[in-house]
Ligand binder design. Sequence first.
Ligand code: MF3
Ligand code: CO
Length: 249
Amino acid sequence: MRVQIKSKQEIEYIRRAGRILAECHQEVAKWIKPGVSTLEIDEKVEKYLKEAGASPEQKGYKGYPFATCASVNDVVCHGFPSEKPLQAGDIVTIDIVVNKNGWLADSGWTYAVERPGPAAARLMKNAKDALYDGISMAKVGNTIGDIGYVIEQRALAGGYGLVKPLVGHGIGRQIHEPPEVPSFGIRGRGRKLIEGMVITIEPVFTMGPSGAVYWGDDGWTISSADGSVGVQFEHTIAITNKGPYILTE
Ligand code: MF3
Ligand code: CO
């Protein structure tokens, strides 16, 4: 598959999915509390999307069984929602892909249950800043490498691990379209960004400096090798001649 260039109209369709997704995340932020399980959150998300005339694209994607990915503490990504109640201080990433009329938007976000400890708060702030650093580079004439470069610098500066196997991607009518958008890179290298590309930027940082991960027996769950907390912040962005257009905010 080639990079799919989207028209202004198509970008607005993705924006509609993204707006529902952003509003859903605002609800998720309120639902996350001690004693609530990520399976309950998953069910609420599915219901919320249905009522918005949308659907959770992850459910059934390559056999993935849930509406959301719910990754708690040392699970850094693609965790299964579970019945285990959340506890104060847990760090949980909820990743959602919304399908509205066949157009998709993707956004994962990390939340603390009640309040994060100071170290977790710092990790979350750095990863979120890294996302926005990356977004600021998502401009016509820059390259994929420019995005990855600034994200990696942020991880290095903070002494955090960068989970390299998890990359951003093109998105539109399918969850994963080309190009890949790594959270590391070399300035000026990689594909040039052109008007009409729609991509995700989704850095995953771990508290420990290695960023090494392993896959669980379920074939999905990705955990940090050192057992440290992982966080992820992801937006879907259109490359426009007026600069980056965040579609999931
Ligand atoms: N939102 C995830 C990503 O950016 C999609 C994971 S696929 C799933 O890669 F099946 F695990 F949901
Ligand atoms: Co994604």
